[in-house]
Design a protein around this ligand. Structure first.
Ligand code: 1HE
Length: 269
Protein backbone atom coordinates (compact mmCIF):
# COMPACT_ATOMS: atom_id res chain seq x y z
CA UNK A 1 0.00 0.00 0.00
CA UNK A 2 1.24 3.45 -0.84
CA UNK A 3 0.73 5.30 2.41
CA UNK A 4 1.79 8.57 0.88
CA UNK A 5 -1.53 8.45 -0.96
CA UNK A 6 -3.29 8.93 2.36
CA UNK A 7 -4.57 12.35 3.24
CA UNK A 8 -2.46 14.14 5.85
CA UNK A 9 -4.41 14.76 9.06
CA UNK A 10 -4.72 18.44 9.82
CA UNK A 11 -3.59 18.13 13.43
CA UNK A 12 -0.78 20.06 15.03
CA UNK A 13 1.44 17.20 16.12
CA UNK A 14 5.02 17.38 17.39
CA UNK A 15 7.77 16.53 14.88
CA UNK A 16 8.10 13.12 16.55
CA UNK A 17 4.67 12.09 15.23
CA UNK A 18 2.93 12.10 11.89
CA UNK A 19 -0.58 11.09 10.97
CA UNK A 20 -2.52 10.19 7.85
CA UNK A 21 -6.01 9.14 6.93
CA UNK A 22 -6.76 6.13 4.75
CA UNK A 23 -10.53 6.24 4.38
CA UNK A 24 -12.03 5.23 7.71
CA UNK A 25 -8.61 4.35 9.17
CA UNK A 26 -6.40 6.93 10.87
CA UNK A 27 -2.70 6.07 10.95
CA UNK A 28 -0.34 7.43 13.60
CA UNK A 29 3.38 7.04 13.06
CA UNK A 30 6.05 7.45 15.71
CA UNK A 31 8.50 9.53 13.69
CA UNK A 32 11.64 9.98 15.71
CA UNK A 33 13.82 7.26 14.19
CA UNK A 34 17.14 8.94 15.07
CA UNK A 35 16.23 8.36 18.75
CA UNK A 36 14.63 4.97 18.01
CA UNK A 37 11.20 6.51 18.61
CA UNK A 38 11.99 7.08 22.30
CA UNK A 39 8.92 8.56 23.95
CA UNK A 40 9.46 12.02 25.40
CA UNK A 41 6.72 14.10 27.04
CA UNK A 42 6.01 15.99 23.82
CA UNK A 43 5.40 12.72 21.99
CA UNK A 44 3.14 11.27 24.69
CA UNK A 45 1.09 14.48 24.77
CA UNK A 46 1.06 14.47 20.97
CA UNK A 47 -0.46 10.97 21.03
CA UNK A 48 -3.20 12.35 23.27
CA UNK A 49 -3.72 15.25 20.84
CA UNK A 50 -3.98 12.80 17.94
CA UNK A 51 -6.75 10.82 19.66
CA UNK A 52 -8.53 14.00 20.74
CA UNK A 53 -8.46 15.42 17.23
CA UNK A 54 -9.54 12.38 15.20
CA UNK A 55 -12.19 13.10 12.59
CA UNK A 56 -15.72 11.97 13.47
CA UNK A 57 -15.76 9.57 10.53
CA UNK A 58 -12.61 7.69 11.57
CA UNK A 59 -13.52 4.18 12.68
CA UNK A 60 -10.20 2.57 13.58
CA UNK A 61 -6.59 3.54 14.26
CA UNK A 62 -3.23 2.02 13.38
CA UNK A 63 -0.08 2.96 15.30
CA UNK A 64 3.34 2.11 13.87
CA UNK A 65 6.92 3.32 14.01
CA UNK A 66 9.28 4.85 11.46
CA UNK A 67 12.78 3.45 10.98
CA UNK A 68 14.22 0.19 12.29
CA UNK A 69 12.30 0.08 15.59
CA UNK A 70 8.80 0.57 16.93
CA UNK A 71 9.99 2.30 20.11
CA UNK A 72 12.93 2.26 22.54
CA UNK A 73 10.53 3.29 25.33
CA UNK A 74 10.79 6.18 27.70
CA UNK A 75 13.17 8.93 26.62
CA UNK A 76 15.84 8.29 29.22
CA UNK A 77 17.31 11.74 28.65
CA UNK A 78 14.25 13.34 30.28
CA UNK A 79 14.44 11.25 33.43
CA UNK A 80 17.52 12.33 35.29
CA UNK A 81 16.35 15.43 37.17
CA UNK A 82 12.82 14.40 38.18
CA UNK A 83 11.90 14.21 41.89
CA UNK A 84 9.30 11.86 43.43
CA UNK A 85 6.31 14.18 43.06
CA UNK A 86 7.20 15.01 39.46
CA UNK A 87 7.78 11.31 38.80
CA UNK A 88 4.27 10.41 39.98
CA UNK A 89 2.76 13.16 37.86
CA UNK A 90 4.75 11.98 34.86
CA UNK A 91 3.60 8.38 35.23
CA UNK A 92 0.00 9.50 35.74
CA UNK A 93 0.25 11.53 32.55
CA UNK A 94 1.28 8.39 30.64
CA UNK A 95 -1.61 6.55 32.31
CA UNK A 96 -4.08 9.20 31.16
CA UNK A 97 -2.87 9.06 27.57
CA UNK A 98 -2.72 5.27 27.35
CA UNK A 99 -6.20 4.99 28.93
CA UNK A 100 -7.29 7.28 26.11
CA UNK A 101 -6.02 4.59 23.73
CA UNK A 102 -7.39 1.55 25.54
CA UNK A 103 -10.74 3.03 26.52
CA UNK A 104 -11.16 5.57 23.75
CA UNK A 105 -13.74 5.76 20.98
CA UNK A 106 -11.86 3.69 18.40
CA UNK A 107 -10.25 0.25 18.15
CA UNK A 108 -6.46 0.55 17.83
CA UNK A 109 -4.11 -1.80 15.97
CA UNK A 110 -0.40 -1.58 16.89
CA UNK A 111 2.15 -2.68 14.29
CA UNK A 112 5.39 -3.73 15.97
CA UNK A 113 8.86 -4.17 14.56
CA UNK A 114 12.42 -4.02 15.87
CA UNK A 115 12.73 -2.82 19.46
CA UNK A 116 9.50 -2.76 21.43
CA UNK A 117 11.03 -1.84 24.73
CA UNK A 118 9.86 -0.51 28.10
CA UNK A 119 7.37 2.27 27.48
CA UNK A 120 7.13 1.15 23.84
CA UNK A 121 5.84 -2.20 25.01
CA UNK A 122 3.48 -0.40 27.41
CA UNK A 123 2.15 1.62 24.48
CA UNK A 124 1.66 -1.56 22.45
CA UNK A 125 -0.14 -3.17 25.40
CA UNK A 126 -2.72 -0.38 25.43
CA UNK A 127 -3.75 -1.20 21.84
CA UNK A 128 -6.48 -3.74 21.10
CA UNK A 129 -4.84 -5.77 18.33
CA UNK A 130 -1.10 -6.27 17.88
CA UNK A 131 0.66 -7.22 14.64
CA UNK A 132 4.35 -8.14 14.84
CA UNK A 133 6.88 -8.24 12.07
CA UNK A 134 9.48 -10.99 12.50
CA UNK A 135 12.09 -8.37 13.45
CA UNK A 136 10.23 -7.43 16.65
CA UNK A 137 11.76 -8.02 20.06
CA UNK A 138 10.38 -7.20 23.48
CA UNK A 139 12.15 -6.24 26.71
CA UNK A 140 11.62 -4.45 29.99
CA UNK A 141 15.12 -3.21 30.92
CA UNK A 142 13.77 -1.15 33.81
CA UNK A 143 15.74 -3.31 36.28
CA UNK A 144 19.05 -2.50 34.59
CA UNK A 145 18.15 1.19 34.36
CA UNK A 146 17.18 1.36 38.05
CA UNK A 147 13.59 2.39 37.34
CA UNK A 148 10.15 0.78 37.11
CA UNK A 149 7.48 0.61 34.45
CA UNK A 150 5.29 3.71 34.69
CA UNK A 151 3.06 3.61 31.64
CA UNK A 152 0.56 1.04 32.84
CA UNK A 153 2.76 -1.95 32.07
CA UNK A 154 2.46 -3.36 35.59
CA UNK A 155 -1.29 -3.58 35.08
CA UNK A 156 -1.62 -4.48 31.40
CA UNK A 157 1.36 -6.74 30.75
CA UNK A 158 0.69 -9.40 33.43
CA UNK A 159 -2.85 -9.68 32.06
CA UNK A 160 -1.46 -10.25 28.57
CA UNK A 161 1.50 -12.56 29.16
CA UNK A 162 1.30 -13.50 32.85
CA UNK A 163 2.85 -12.12 36.02
CA UNK A 164 5.66 -14.69 36.07
CA UNK A 165 6.94 -13.67 32.62
CA UNK A 166 6.79 -9.96 33.45
CA UNK A 167 8.71 -10.57 36.69
CA UNK A 168 11.40 -12.47 34.80
CA UNK A 169 11.64 -9.80 32.10
CA UNK A 170 12.00 -7.03 34.68
CA UNK A 171 14.40 -8.90 36.95
CA UNK A 172 16.71 -10.45 34.37
CA UNK A 173 16.30 -8.09 31.41
CA UNK A 174 15.31 -11.05 29.26
CA UNK A 175 14.25 -10.18 25.72
CA UNK A 176 11.71 -12.20 23.76
CA UNK A 177 11.70 -12.42 19.99
CA UNK A 178 8.71 -12.05 17.69
CA UNK A 179 7.97 -15.79 17.57
CA UNK A 180 8.06 -15.96 21.39
CA UNK A 181 5.72 -12.95 21.56
CA UNK A 182 3.29 -14.64 19.22
CA UNK A 183 3.35 -17.94 21.14
CA UNK A 184 2.81 -16.22 24.50
CA UNK A 185 -0.18 -14.31 23.17
CA UNK A 186 1.39 -10.87 23.27
CA UNK A 187 0.77 -10.43 19.56
CA UNK A 188 -2.14 -11.62 17.48
CA UNK A 189 -0.51 -11.69 14.02
CA UNK A 190 3.04 -12.44 12.91
CA UNK A 191 4.11 -11.22 9.47
CA UNK A 192 7.27 -10.88 7.42
CA UNK A 193 9.47 -7.77 7.78
CA UNK A 194 7.91 -4.83 5.97
CA UNK A 195 4.44 -6.39 5.82
CA UNK A 196 3.18 -5.14 9.18
CA UNK A 197 1.60 -1.86 8.16
CA UNK A 198 -0.38 -3.37 5.29
CA UNK A 199 -1.61 -6.08 7.63
CA UNK A 200 -2.46 -3.54 10.33
CA UNK A 201 -4.44 -1.38 7.92
CA UNK A 202 -6.23 -4.43 6.49
CA UNK A 203 -7.27 -5.47 10.01
CA UNK A 204 -8.29 -1.91 10.90
CA UNK A 205 -10.50 -1.78 7.80
CA UNK A 206 -12.14 -5.04 8.79
CA UNK A 207 -12.72 -3.70 12.31
CA UNK A 208 -14.12 -0.44 10.89
CA UNK A 209 -16.72 -2.43 8.97
CA UNK A 210 -18.24 -3.88 12.17
CA UNK A 211 -21.41 -2.55 13.72
CA UNK A 212 -20.39 0.45 15.86
CA UNK A 213 -22.26 -0.85 18.89
CA UNK A 214 -20.40 -4.16 18.75
CA UNK A 215 -17.05 -2.36 18.59
CA UNK A 216 -18.11 -0.20 21.54
CA UNK A 217 -19.09 -3.28 23.54
CA UNK A 218 -15.83 -5.07 22.73
CA UNK A 219 -13.73 -2.07 23.76
CA UNK A 220 -15.66 -0.90 26.81
CA UNK A 221 -17.85 -3.71 28.11
CA UNK A 222 -15.89 -6.90 27.42
CA UNK A 223 -12.80 -5.88 29.43
CA UNK A 224 -15.01 -4.88 32.37
CA UNK A 225 -16.85 -8.19 32.23
CA UNK A 226 -13.54 -10.07 32.08
CA UNK A 227 -12.36 -8.26 35.23
CA UNK A 228 -15.60 -8.65 37.19
CA UNK A 229 -16.89 -11.53 39.31
CA UNK A 230 -18.65 -14.16 37.17
CA UNK A 231 -22.18 -13.40 38.45
CA UNK A 232 -21.84 -9.71 37.60
CA UNK A 233 -20.17 -10.62 34.35
CA UNK A 234 -22.98 -12.90 33.22
CA UNK A 235 -25.55 -10.24 34.03
CA UNK A 236 -23.63 -7.48 32.24
CA UNK A 237 -23.18 -9.80 29.26
CA UNK A 238 -26.93 -10.37 29.04
CA UNK A 239 -27.59 -6.64 29.18
CA UNK A 240 -25.12 -5.68 26.48
CA UNK A 241 -26.16 -8.63 24.31
CA UNK A 242 -29.77 -7.47 24.48
CA UNK A 243 -28.84 -3.87 23.76
CA UNK A 244 -26.67 -4.87 20.78
CA UNK A 245 -29.26 -7.14 19.16
CA UNK A 246 -31.94 -4.45 19.52
CA UNK A 247 -29.88 -2.01 17.45
CA UNK A 248 -31.16 -1.33 13.91
CA UNK A 249 -27.71 -2.11 12.56
CA UNK A 250 -27.85 -5.62 14.05
CA UNK A 251 -31.33 -6.24 12.68
CA UNK A 252 -30.23 -5.15 9.19
CA UNK A 253 -27.09 -7.32 9.31
CA UNK A 254 -28.96 -10.41 10.53
CA UNK A 255 -31.61 -9.93 7.84
CA UNK A 256 -28.89 -9.59 5.19
CA UNK A 257 -27.40 -12.92 6.28
CA UNK A 258 -30.74 -14.71 6.31
CA UNK A 259 -31.48 -13.35 2.83
CA UNK A 260 -28.06 -14.63 1.68
CA UNK A 261 -26.76 -11.11 1.01
CA UNK A 262 -23.99 -11.28 3.65
CA UNK A 263 -20.76 -13.29 3.45
CA UNK A 264 -20.48 -16.64 5.22
CA UNK A 265 -17.72 -17.31 7.71
CA UNK A 266 -14.74 -18.52 5.67
CA UNK A 267 -12.99 -21.72 6.73
CA UNK A 268 -9.30 -21.10 7.61
CA UNK A 269 -6.63 -23.11 5.83
C1 1HE B 1 17.50 6.83 23.27
C2 1HE B 1 16.74 5.76 23.77
C3 1HE B 1 15.90 6.03 24.90
C4 1HE B 1 17.87 5.04 22.09
N1 1HE B 1 15.92 7.26 25.41
N2 1HE B 1 17.46 8.04 23.82
N3 1HE B 1 14.60 2.01 27.15
C5 1HE B 1 15.77 1.37 27.04
O1 1HE B 1 16.47 1.13 27.99
C6 1HE B 1 16.23 1.06 25.62
C7 1HE B 1 17.48 1.85 25.30
N4 1HE B 1 17.82 1.75 23.89
C8 1HE B 1 18.47 0.66 23.36
O2 1HE B 1 18.67 -0.35 24.01
C9 1HE B 1 18.89 0.77 21.93
O3 1HE B 1 18.98 2.15 21.59
C10 1HE B 1 17.95 0.06 20.92
C11 1HE B 1 18.07 -1.46 21.09
C12 1HE B 1 16.49 0.48 21.08
C13 1HE B 1 18.36 0.45 19.46
O4 1HE B 1 19.75 0.20 19.28
P1 1HE B 1 20.48 0.93 18.07
O5 1HE B 1 21.90 0.40 18.05
O6 1HE B 1 19.68 0.80 16.83
O7 1HE B 1 20.49 2.50 18.42
P2 1HE B 1 21.43 3.32 19.44
O8 1HE B 1 22.72 3.63 18.77
O9 1HE B 1 21.52 2.64 20.75
O10 1HE B 1 20.57 4.65 19.69
C14 1HE B 1 20.44 5.63 18.68
C15 1HE B 1 20.18 6.94 19.38
O11 1HE B 1 18.93 6.85 20.06
C16 1HE B 1 21.19 7.25 20.44
O12 1HE B 1 21.31 8.66 20.50
P3 1HE B 1 22.54 9.46 19.81
O13 1HE B 1 22.29 10.89 20.14
O14 1HE B 1 23.80 8.88 20.42
O15 1HE B 1 22.45 9.13 18.34
C17 1HE B 1 20.56 6.76 21.70
O16 1HE B 1 21.03 7.42 22.86
C18 1HE B 1 19.12 7.13 21.44
N5 1HE B 1 18.19 6.34 22.23
N6 1HE B 1 16.97 4.67 23.02
C19 1HE B 1 16.69 8.23 24.88
N7 1HE B 1 15.12 5.09 25.43
C20 1HE B 1 6.81 5.17 31.52
S1 1HE B 1 8.09 4.31 32.19
C21 1HE B 1 8.83 3.40 30.92
C22 1HE B 1 10.19 2.97 31.32
C23 1HE B 1 11.01 2.58 30.14
O17 1HE B 1 10.63 2.71 29.00
S2 1HE B 1 12.54 1.91 30.52
C24 1HE B 1 13.19 1.42 28.99
C25 1HE B 1 14.04 2.49 28.35
Amino acid sequence: MDLSSGEALGLSLPPSLSARIEGEVAILRLSRPDKRNALDDETILGIEGFFDGLPEDSKAVVIHGEGEHFSAGLDLGELTERDVVAGIAHSRMWHRVFERIQFGRLPVVAVLHGAVIGGGLELAAAAHVRVAERSAFYALPEGQRGIFVGGGGAVRLPRLIGLARVMDMMLTGRAYNAEDGQIMGLTHYLVEPGAGLDKGVELARRIAANAPLTNFAVLHVLPRIAESDPASGFLTESLIAAIAQDDEEAKARLKAFLEKRAPKVARTS
